[in-house]
Design a binder for this molecule. Structure first.
Ligand SMILES: C[C@@]1(CC(=O)O)c2cc3[nH]c(cc4nc(cc5[nH]c(cc(n2)[C@H]1CCC(=O)O)[C@@](C)(CC(=O)O)[C@@H]5CCC(=O)O)C(CC(=O)O)=C4CCC(=O)O)c(CCC(=O)O)c3CC(=O)O
Ligand SMILES: NC(=O)C1=CN([C@@H]2O[C@H](COP(=O)(O)OP(=O)(O)OC[C@H]3O[C@@H](n4cnc5c(N)ncnc54)[C@H](O)[C@@H]3O)[C@@H](O)[C@H]2O)C=CC1
Length: 254
């Protein structure tokens, strides 16, 4: 059995991340770093057309040179990636990263003692990361594709809504234990089902209705009652009632 890695989610917003190498692997690492809002700097004599374009658009810093120890970019970096096709160069980058005490990723050496990158499914605030600890990157990528089908796009607004409900409940309910019971109770609501059909204003309408109900009855029992009410709306969208939002739901069943 291999070693056990410790998974974390890094906040790299506006942090400098340096990639030595400019091929396919460097491009993939750079794309996900840009998604995370990092300031990416690439050092390589030859780069892919996409990296070239990012350089021209100044979306990344591009230094078209061979790596040599002591470059300013590495000293400023929070993370250092070695992704050249020369094991010797990658090993040199590793040595410098160790001297600097900077977290390091090697594209070609799992024993490098740095961090490794998982395959990722993102749905807004939801991150599902898969790793095989280096045993089979191909399997990590294949499992990611399977998980993409498990998590539909509605998870993005679903998490936004859960976040808003949670923030309000934190204001209304002083007791942590009661809050926790409420948060767990909300997971039983058929919210995902609603958000798969309702978008924009209709979805916002549901949000205010749910918040209003919870505000009047901020308790675990209130969560349960609101869940039952919501289920009723979802199951029998045609049954009576006085809510304009409910008729929105009825008029746009999918
Ligand atoms: C250790 C690790 C270090 C690191 O890079 O962080 C590493 C190392 C190596 N990868 C190699 C090969 C491939 N890597 C991929 C793809 C990905 N590799 C990624 C991560 C990792 N790769 C880390 C372990 C992660 C884990 O196991 O969980 C992903 C998940 C994330 C990312 O890179 O962003 C991304 C998928 C992203 C996605 O699809 O979403 C494919 C498949 C493909 O390209 O379709 C192949 C070819 C098929 C195969 O070999 O399986 C080789 C051999 C090179 C050779 O043989 O020459 C090495 C070196 C070695 O094994 O020593
Ligand atoms: N971790 C991963 O996911 C994967 C890792 N690999 C490994 O990563 C290596 C790189 O793969 P690719 O990107 O496909 O290779 P590539 O051949 O497309 O790119 C190599 C890059 O390294 C640059 N380079 C070479 N010498 C350099 C130096 N002295 N200083 C700075 N840059 C230099 C080149 O200019 C080029 O941009 C492979 O050799 C393989 O060992 C391969 C596939 C996946």
């Amino acid at each position: 059995m291999g070693k056990a890695y410790y998974p974390v989610l890094l906040d790299l917003q506006n942090r400098i991340c340096v990639i030595v190498g400019g091929g396919q692997v460097a491009e993939r690492k750079a794309a996900s770093l840009l998604e995370a809002g990092a300031m990416v700097k690439i050092i390589a004599p030859e780069v892919t057309p996409r990296i070239e374009a990012w350089g021209e658009e100044e979306r990344i810093g591009l230094r078209r040179e061979r790596y040599s120890p002591g470059m300013t970019e590495l000293r400023e970096a929070q993370l250092i990636f070695a992704a050249t096709d020369h094991a010797g160069v990658n090993a040199q980058v590793k040595r410098e990263a160790e001297e600097l005490g900077t977290l390091f990723n090697s594209a070609d050496d799992q024993e490098s003692g740095g961090f490794i990158v998982p395959a990722v499914v993102r749905r807004g605030r939801l991150t599902v990361a898969v790793s095989t600890s280096g045993a089979s990157p191909a399997l990590a990528a294949a499992l990611k594709r399977r998980l993409e089908a498990v998590f539909p796009a509605a998870y993005e607004p679903y998490l936004e809504l859960l976040h808003d409900l949670r923030t309000s409940i934190q204001e209304w309910v002083p007791d942590t234990r009661i809050r926790q019971e409420m948060f767990r109770g909300i997971l039983a609501w058929p919210l995902l089902e609603v958000l798969e059909r309702e978008h924009g204003e209709a979805a916002a309408g549901w949000k205010s209705l749910l918040l209003e109900r919870l505000r009047r009855d901020p308790s675990p029992a209130g969560v349960e009652r609101t869940g039952e009410w919501l289920l009723e709306q979802v199951r029998q969208p045609g049954s009576g009632g006085d809510s304009g939002h409910r008729s929105d739901y009825r008029s746009n069943p999918g």
